[in-house]
Design a protein around this ligand. Structure first.
Ligand SMILES: O=C(O)[C@H]1O[C@H](OP(=O)(O)OP(=O)(O)OC[C@H]2O[C@@H](n3ccc(=O)[nH]c3=O)[C@H](O)[C@@H]2O)[C@H](O)[C@@H](O)[C@H]1O
Length: 408
């Protein structure tokens, strides 16, 4: 027998209600699990909203209206500090940006930023991957140059934290170049590549003409990728780009993850240091380059950089694309480095000689600098002994005053 029609209707209604109820639950769950993402990273939204006119004024004031207005990324880093100070000292407008990441002691980065602050350089705390923040900085200041020094450094750490290299050295570089290509006017870009791109090459000294397709570490591979990315942005958007291949830079305010730095610390503490040797039992060697020489090379690159040809994301003509070695041209073995430190510290090191581990190291580096000499007027003048003395003097002062603020 057929059921009455009102029964059909009420069953239909209760099914509809049930369906509506579960749909609502489902939607609520979706919203809970996948909240709508903001148009740019939440951090940057917060930063820009919190920033306000005082923050904007500090940025404008730091850049000032000098003919050169330079954005220095990684300004609280080792090379970033020295380059920013040198630019400011000679009268350029400088704004820094740094994310103060904890790869090594952040207190050292904070001390560097404090030093910059006293010199009149404002360091924005932010990430180069934060596109909205970069756009904001370019709105506030018409930068003529970007000195891109922010990076994930260190060849051995790449095995422990590979993604940090991709994040900083590839994604970060693209983020910076994106901001530069969209800026109007486009700035000229000078950025830090690395001697490590020569990888396992055996012909020395390393020349810019040599192959760079056999990197020994992920760090080196990301720097090599950076050089290719630079080519692309130069080709498509008319950005003027200069890459600088730094050779094991050392000196005061240096990086605690580098051998000369932690050897000093460990020798003073009486701890054993590991000195790597090659398969042929020779000590590994580096073309150690003093920071003041590197700074001169950076400024030379900036001063000879031609203007970008594009504007607002459009190429208007061919632009300059360069790469230079910035080394010292006189490699020193690691055991000689340790001899020098022993003399300067007046202490014997407890050396443990070990075969070089296969974790990204290369047996030697040696720069041919004739191109930089010719084009940038680059001429390193500091030998390892002299430079290490400057470092050791700074080290003693800094760590004996570690709780106080000191000046260079
Ligand atoms: O030119 C670069 O582009 C790179 O330079 C730097 O790398 P490297 O030249 O490898 O410097 P660094 O680690 O100080 O080792 C120095 C020497 O000590 C040896 N070394 C190292 C550690 C150890 O425990 N024992 C040892 O003998 C080691 O075998 C090596 O021979 C930067 O860190 C890097 O970020 C990048 O900028």
């Amino acid at each position: 027998m057929d059921k009455p029609s009102y029964l059909h209707r009420s069953r239909f209604l209760s099914r509809t209600k049930l369906l509506a109820f579960w749909t609502l639950i489902f939607l609520a769950l979706l919203l809970f699990l996948f909240p709508k993402s903001p148009p740019f990273p939440a951090d940057s939204t917060r930063r820009i909203l919190q920033a306000g006119p005082l923050w904007e004024n500090r940025i404008r004031h730091s850049a000032n209206s000098h003919p050169h207005r330079v954005l220095v990324t990684g300004a609280a880093g080792f090379v970033g500090l020295h380059v920013s100070l040198a630019l400011k000292r000679r009268g350029d407008g400088v704004v820094g940006i740094d994310n103060f990441n904890p790869y090594y002691e952040t207190s050292l980065k904070r001390s560097r930023a404090a030093l910059l602050d006293r010199a009149g350089v404002f360091v924005v705390e932010g990430d180069i991957n934060d596109g909205a923040l970069l756009i904001k900085l370019f709105e506030l200041v018409k930068f003529t140059h970007v000195m891109h020094l922010a990076a994930q450094a260190g060849v051995r750490y790449a095995m422990r934290n590979p993604s940090s290299y991709v994040q900083s050295n590839i994604a970060g570089l693209v983020s910076v170049l994106e901001a530069c290509k969209s800026a109007n006017p486009q700035p000229a870009v000078v950025w830090a590549s690395s001697s490590s791109v020569y990888g396992l090459n055996s012909r020395v000294p390393f020349s810019e003409k040599d192959r760079t397709d056999q990197p020994a570490s992920l760090y080196a591979a990301t720097k090599k990728a950076g050089e290719e990315i630079a080519h692309t942005y130069n080709h498509i958007y008319g950005l003027s780009i200069t890459g600088l291949r730094f050779f094991t830079v050392y000196g005061p305010w240096g990086r605690p993850d580098m051998a000369y730095f932690f050897f000093t610390k460990d020798i003073l503490k009486g701890k054993t240091i590991r000195v790597f040797e090659r398969a042929d039992q020779k000590s590994v060697a580096r073309d150690f380059t003093y920071i003041d020489d590197i700074v001169k090379g950076c400024l030379g690159a900036l001063d000879t950089a031609e203007k970008s040809t594009g504007s607002g994301g459009r190429k208007k003509g061919k632009a300059q694309l360069r790469v230079f070695n910035l080394g010292n041209t006189s490699p020193v073995t690691v055991s000689e480095l340790v001899d020098n430190l022993e003399n300067l510290l007046n202490m014997k090191a407890n050396r443990m000689v070990l075969p070089m581990p296969r974790n990204g190291d290369v047996p030697f580096t040696h720069a041919n600098i004739s191109l930089a000499q010719k084009e940038l007027g680059y001429k390193p003048t500091t030998d390892l002994k002299t430079g290490l003395k400057e470092f050791v003097d700074w080290y003693r002062l800094y760590y004996s005053n570690s709780r106080k603020k000191i000046v260079l």
